[in-house]
Design a binder for this molecule. Structure first.
Ligand SMILES: [Zn+2]
Length: 245
């Protein structure tokens, strides 16, 4: 399926690129986003075929879906670090996760490696190894959270777009399932929150009328309102795994 797109550690630091060229998938997407067309790109880069371009776009689409196809690897690349199935085989994430000073940690419940920043207040899931590029173990996130349904998200965003002021919130979304006043938060959480955002007044969470998502609405002193959408937890909160004590 992707015979035009390859990775080679010696070319573009191992980033996916068009076979036989130094043209990365990333560059092609950037050109398209700047308004270049398939015709102008292939005219400027005669070494590229339309098929190469088609595969590059399709490859990017797979990456967005987190279904990264296995690519041809050059011999050295594949034997030194990748395992046959494309899984990370370098052992570096495990080593880092066991070092308390490194930002990488392993969440056993989710079966995910994460990179923590801002003292752990933000965590980024690692789907690929930073060192060898191999896939990380399959996350169990799907066992704990719903996958947000696109049409439900569309409906939620539609409703939220009608909110113009604080008094519209409950009229449009119904009674919130929970409300958190910023002033009532523990001090350390307040500090962590205001580090990257202005402090909000209230955070309202709407869950019961939605099957795959939760709407989080934050209100601010200056009257502006911000909305976020999160997947709905399927089970009890994480970390609360002990039931039969
Ligand atoms: Zn690795």
């Amino acid at each position: 399926m992707f015979d035009s797109i390859v990775c080679d550690r010696k070319i573009l630091d191992g980033m996916p690129h068009v076979k036989g060229t130094r043209i990365g998938v990333k560059l092609l997407l950037e050109l398209l986003s700047k308004g270049e067309t398939a015709d102008t790109i292939t005219a400027k880069h005669p070494e590229l075929s339309m098929e190469d371009l088609r595969q590059a776009i399709l490859f990017a689409a797979c990456v967005v879906e987190k279904q990264v196809p296995d690519l041809d690897q050059d011999e050295e690349f594949s034997t030194s670090s990748f395992q046959k199935d494309g899984m990370c085989g370098c052992g570096q994430p495990e080593r880092m996760a066991s070092d308390p000073n490194s930002p990488v940690s392993f969440n056993e419940i989710l079966n995910e490696y994460t990179v923590d920043s801002e003292g752990g207040s933000r965590q980024y899931s690692m789907y690929f190894c930073f060192f060898c590029g191999g896939k990380m173990p399959k996350s169990k996130r799907g066992d704990f959270f719903t996958k947000i349904d696109d049409s439900e998200l569309g409906a939620a965003m539609d409703l939220v777009s009608k909110i113009e002021s604080e008094k519209d919130i409950v009229r449009i979304l119904g009674e919130p399932d929970s409300a958190q006043h910023f002033d009532d938060l523990p001090e350390d959480m307040k500090e962590a929150l205001v580090r990257d955002e202005p402090r909000f007044k209230d955070e309202l969470m709407f869950s019961r009328n939605w099957s795959t998502l939760q709407i989080h609405i934050r209100t601010y002193e200056d009257g502006h309102i911000k909305a976020g959408y999160l997947p709905k937890p399927l089970q009890k909160p994480l970390g609360d795994s002990g039931t039969d004590v």
